[in-house]
Design a protein around this ligand. Structure first.
Ligand code: NDP
Ligand code: GDR
Length: 342
């Protein structure tokens, strides 16, 4: 029997990698997409003809009940969220609603449909925040430092609670930062790789950043979606930390990224207080030994490989875009004389 999976957040970084992984494994893949004036499917363009999209929103209970009813999933991966920590201070209520309460709505949708579906919750290392120990593991207490982190703590505990209350197969993956060429532009890694590429192509002369001392445990998103799937293949549901076990500063990320393009970061990076946060998470480093043992999972892409992959991808992307622009200009109706402009 072909397995069916419902992915919320399928248009995001992780959703796109997970959908590709599940298609390779022979799943029927359903994805929840929210109504926007311009639906953003750029990350799933290559698989659009192989997946089924269902309209719905994490803020709308009835749409989630319908999405679950329509897709009848064996596995549900809840990746949808207002996921940018920075915006969670300007939109704390929205973040709480979608990133926090949305988890309860989706769990309820499975419960009221009386479906025996396995559930993955995208929990986050942001829940550790001002962590009392390093490295952080599944037992480290939470002390979130942003409205986003607070919402994720709610999402995490409601997931655990549905497992304990109703015996549902619910797993929470406490994932540390993971990046890729598909990362959103507002996150620091992509902001840096895109900034380096723009400077390399002569489109910008500086890159403005906030706290360069913040330390993160950065892995590759392609590796991390495998861990999500593995969690739902175990005999019993449980929660797992997924991390590389290494930590690096934003400054180190800059150094390697600029170096990859043959540039010296010190000449281009400027500190801009606009990008400092009201409360910062200074240091994250995960201990994923439980997942490595039980799931036989380990990260494959190293920190340096990840940084170089992202920079190379953005340099190539900008080069492609500029070639397309040049071609479009050559064939423009004005240049070719087909259209006269007075
Ligand atoms: P992205 O921001 O790339 O993707 C978020 C997804 O959620 C998008 O598909 C977005 O849709 C969707 N979404 C947002 N709001 C709603 C809503 N109201 N209803 C339905 N869908 C919505 O995040 P990532 O792929 O990086 O992360 C996936 C999940 O993992 C998130 O929950 C994130 O918080 C969590 N996480 C991420 C980590 C990371 O380092 N990447 C680490 C730990 C946890 P749209 O395209 O329309 O905006
Ligand atoms: P984070 O990722 O908050 O860890 O959340 P982000 O890349 O936004 O920030 C990482 C660190 O870099 C510092 N920083 C800057 N950040 C941004 N965005 N822009 C800047 O200019 C800048 N300068 C310095 C930040 O202060 C921070 O310390 C990500 C998201 O994917 C969450 O959804 C996920 O849960 C966590 O990772 C784990």
């Amino acid at each position: 029997m072909t397995k069916r999976a419902l992915i919320t957040g399928i248009t995001g970084q992780d959703g796109s990698y997970l959908a590709e992984l599940l298609l390779k494994k022979g799943y029927d893949v359903y994805g929840l997409v929210r109504r926007t004036s311009n639906i953003n499917t750029s990350r799933i363009e290559n698989i659009l003809d192989k997946i089924n999209l269902i309209q719905g929103d994490m803020a709308d209970q009835s749409s989630l009940i319908s999405a679950v009813k329509q897709s009848q999933p064996d596995e549900v991966y809840n990746l949808a969220a207002q996921s940018f920590v920075g915006s969670s201070w300007s939109q704390p209520i929205f973040t709480g609603d979608v990133t926090g309460l949305g988890v309860a709505r989706l769990l309820e949708a499975i419960r009221v449909n009386e479906l025996n579906a396995k559930f993955y919750q995208a929990s986050s290392s942001e829940m550790f925040g001002k962590a009392v120990e390093t490295p952080q593991n599944e037992k480290t207490p939470f002390h979130p430092r942003s409205p986003y982190g607070v919402a994720k703590v709610y999402g995490h505990w409601i997931a655990v609670n549905y497992r304990e209350s109703y015996g549902m197969f619910v797993c929470s993956g406490i994932l540390f930062n993971h990046e890729s060429p598909r990362r959103g532009m507002e996150f620091v890694t992509r902001k840096i790789s895109n900034g380096v590429a723009r400077i390399y192509h002569g489109l910008d002369s500086e890159l403005r950043l906030g706290n360069l001392d913040a330390k993160r445990d950065w892995g590759y998103a392609g590796d991390y979606v495998e861990a999500m799937w593995l969690m739902l293949q175990q005999k019993t549901p449980d929660d797992y930390v997924i991390a590389t076990g290494e930590t690096h500063t934003v400054r180190e990320f800059c150094e390697i990224a600029f170096e990859a393009a043959g540039l010296d970061w010190k000449k281009y990076v400027k500190i801009d207080p606009r990008f400092l946060r009201p409360a910062e998470v200074e240091l994250l480093m995960g201990d994923s030994s439980k997942a490595r043992k039980a799931l036989k999972w380990k990260p494959r892409v190293s920190f340096k490989e990840l940084v170089r992959m992202m920079v190379q991808s953005d340099i190539d992307l900008l080069a492609r875009e500029s070639r397309q622009k040049a071609v479009a200009q050559d064939y423009s109706p004005v240049k070719s004389g087909r259209l006269k402009v007075n």
